[in-house]
Design a protein around this ligand. Structure first.
Ligand code: NAP
Length: 324
């Protein structure tokens, strides 16, 4: 197969994405070269493409931050074998038939995890892991609110929260998405297009509010998210699908001695030992059947522009896969 990547000439719309021939990269010391069999689609890809996140290269950025495949070559000092199935998450470089990357980022896949499932969960599932274990470590006595409950991270988080016995209230846009979120662990789901999610959360909690809000919507929701927290509650702001939440001020925390955290997965993956621990926990949840991975959309890698448009237009549910 001719090696290729989907690159973006400069920050902008999906019309800036183009197919580019590449040479199969050779692994440097400590690196592997991978032939992708499946690549995950994530909102971070849209932030990079559109320029919401700083453009990291002079030109022709290859976005894509998670993938799975087969090791085709190994550099000096690498323990992995040619032919081994692995998956990874790291910012950018995944929209390609082949890539090289540091071997320390590659997680060997057990037989219980298919390449597609791995490509669907390395970024989104490890995010769900740190949100529930580090950003606000949930316990079964907590009630929490999770926005975009029918999305990629949302469906994984709902099942993990349910497995922990947590009462999770979700939000989602439209009746179908609400039903899907309910089938993935959320005890109650608010259609935030039809109802005021803050008033509804307070009603569902008999005026008490919630211990934590996981907010990836940003601008549109952040102020009300802070209003439904109990005293000493935690606001976890981990994304901005509606826009950067620059309407939020530290003074908003004073209402109830609130805490706020703004985590990013890649700070966790750089901690020694974290990737093995977190991916081990995630794969165990999937192998046991406690977490089912909903791959609801598949696109040829060539059609990644349509995939971006569907994700940005709120037309997707669960995870989306790009197939090279
Ligand atoms: N910080 C981190 O480490 C980290 C890691 C992974 C993901 N994230 C963030 O988590 C969020 C979810 O990521 P994902 O890839 O799984 O995406 P996703 O949840 O599958 O898709 C985003 C969803 O957000 C909702 N949404 C609300 N307002 C929106 C708007 N104005 N435009 C588009 N969508 C809107 C939509 O659901 P409804 O139709 O139900 O409203 C949409 O389906 C993203 O914000 C992403 O950046 C952060």
């Amino acid at each position: 197969m001719m090696a290729y990547a989907m690159a973006i000439a400069a920050p902008g719309g999906t019309e800036k994405i183009f197919r580019k021939k590449i040479k199969v990269p050779r692994p440097g010391p400590g690196e592997i070269t991978l032939r992708h069999t499946a690549i995950g689609l994530n909102f971070i890809d849209i932030y990079f493409r559109s320029g919401v996140y700083p453009w990291p290269v002079p030109r022709d950025l290859v976005t894509g931050s998670e993938g799975a495949g087969v090791v085709e070559a190994v550099g000096e000092g690498v323990d992995l074998r040619v032919g081994q199935r692995v998956a990874y998450t790291t910012p950018n470089g995944a929209y390609a038939s082949h890539r090289s990357l540091p071997a320390t980022l590659a997680v060997p896949l057990p037989d219980t995890i298919s390449d597609e499932v791995a490509a669907a969960v390395m970024l989104k599932g490890l995010t769900a892991y740190y949100l529930l274990h580090h950003s606000f470590p949930v316990t079964s006595s907590d009630t929490v609110l999770f926005h975009a409950a029918a999305g990629g991270v949302g469906l994984l988080a709902g099942q993990w929260l349910a497995a922990k016995g947590v009462r999770a209230i979700g939000t989602a846009g439209g009746a179908e998405k609400c039903a899907l979120a309910r089938a993935h662990g959320y005890r109650e789901v608010i259609d935030y297009r039809a109802e005021d999610f803050a008033a509804e959360t307070m009603r569902l909690t008999a005026g008490q509010g919630v211990a934590a809000v996981y907010d990836s919507i940003g601008f549109d929701t952040i102020l009300k998210s802070a209003e439904v927290l109990q005293p000493f509650g935690t606001l976890v702001s981990f994304g901005q699908s509606s826009g950067v939440p620059d309407n939020f001020r530290i003074s908003h925390l004073a209402r109830a001695s609130l805490r706020v955290t703004r985590p990013t997965l890649f700070h966790f993956t750089r901690q020694p030992g974290w990737l093995a621990e977190a991916s081990g926990a995630l794969f165990k949840m999937i192998a046991s059947g406690a977490i089912k991975v909903e791959i609801a959309q598949r696109y040829p890698l060539d059609a990644v522009g349509s995939a971006h448009e569907a994700l940005a237009a709120r037309q997707t549910v669960g995870s989306s896969i790009l197939v090279p």
